[in-house]
Design a protein. Structure first.
Length: 116
């Protein structure tokens, strides 16, 4: 989560955007309407098909559409991501993070730094 916040700060600084993050608490994805609308169609699309490789899975996800016009785009990310990368305390203290009154650990706003 530390690296996530650092990267959001970099994005905010690069774009000049103020970013508000509202996470669903653990175990509450059932309340995420977008997730339900998307994943139910993905599951219907790959129902009965053997998921034998990552390429097969990504292809089936990418072929998902709905009658309402939702189209899914997916691709395999072949980049290497090093393990154990975290933000340092001094870096994290520079993040312009403003916690919301309600569950500030899940809900917060990151503003661009003044220098950016």
């Amino acid at each position: 989560m530390r690296l996530w916040k650092l990267e959001l700060q970099r994005f905010a600084d690069r774009t000049g955007l103020t970013i508000t993050v509202c996470h669903y608490p653990p175990g509450t994805s059932k309340w995420n309407k977008l997730e339900h609308r998307l994943f139910s169609h993905i599951a219907m699309n790959w129902r009965g098909k053997p998921l034998v490789s990552l390429a097969t899975i990504v292809s089936l996800i990418g072929a998902t559409t709905t009658t309402a016009g939702l189209r899914v785009r997916s691709e395999i990310d072949k980049r290497a991501y090093p393990k154990g990368v975290t933000g340092q305390d001094d870096q994290l203290s520079q993040v312009q993070l403003h916690r919301h009154d309600f569950h500030g650990d899940w809900n917060y706003t990151i503003r661009p730094t003044a220098a950016a």
